[in-house]
Write a protein that binds this ligand. Structure first.
Ligand SMILES: Cc1cc2nc3c(=O)[nH]c(=O)nc-3n(C[C@H](O)[C@H](O)[C@H](O)COP(=O)(O)O)c2cc1C
Length: 184
């Protein structure tokens, strides 16, 4: 007998598709630096272009719309409490860099800061905002990785307040060679 496919509430279907990793997005509105937590992201192509879902309900959005740039910073599992803290308070009344003891670092292209404590950072320009679906489309313009960092595991948000930590890495580089632009 096969397993039974039980009905899942449609309102929970997104938890099956939660991608990751959870990222931090920094902005600067001309007055101060800010950070928000974003789990709804996707890679659009190899150029690289990315998309994230956010909108006017976040303080960061005004800066994204006005200055058309941000940094995607990739935190690791040891930073999870900071990541959740950053995503549950607002730049309207909080200096998140100081509250969460994170260090802003000037990038090369955009004014939004990199986060020194993160595993990696991507400087991005906002190239489109699809208002109807609250999608912000980004073009990566520079990227950095902290190669000395020991903890490299990122976290993935399920969407119900729980998180999944990166696990085993499996190598299929040979099989994928024709699909990977930089080769196997
Ligand atoms: C784990 C986690 C994931 C989140 N993902 C998103 C997201 O994908 N899109 C979004 O608009 N807000 C998301 N948020 C909420 C924002 O991070 C939150 O509203 C934040 O306070 C916005 O900061 P700001 O008002 O300073 O811009 C998430 C929060 C947490 C804790």
């Amino acid at each position: 007998m096969g397993a039974v496919m039980r009905k899942l509430k449609l309102s929970k279907a997104f938890t099956l598709m939660e991608s990751g990793p959870v990222v931090l997005v920094t902005t600067n509105d001309g007055k101060k630096d800010n950070i928000m937590t974003i789990s709804w992201t996707m890679v659009l192509d190899f150029t690289p272009a990315f998309a994230l879902t956010t909108g006017e309900w976040n303080y960061s959005f005004a800066a994204l719309r006005k200055n058309k740039e941000c940094v995607i910073a990739i935190p690791t599992v040891d930073m999870l409490d900071k990541v959740v803290g950053i995503g549950t308070c607002s730049g309207t009344d909080t200096d998140k860099f100081s509250k969460f003891k994170l260090t802003p670092v000037q990038g090369k292209v955009v004014r939004s800061p990199l986060i020194k404590e993160c595993l990696a950072n991507i400087e991005c320009r906002v190239i489109d905002i699809v208002k109807r679906h609250n999608i912000v489309v980004l073009a990566g313009v520079a990227a950095y990785v902290d190669t000395a960092r020991k903890e490299k595991r990122t976290v993935h948000a399920v969407g119900d307040g729980t998180f999944i930590v990166d696990g085993r890495r499996i190598d299929r580089r040979k099989m994928m060679a024709s699909k990977i632009p930089f080769g196997a």
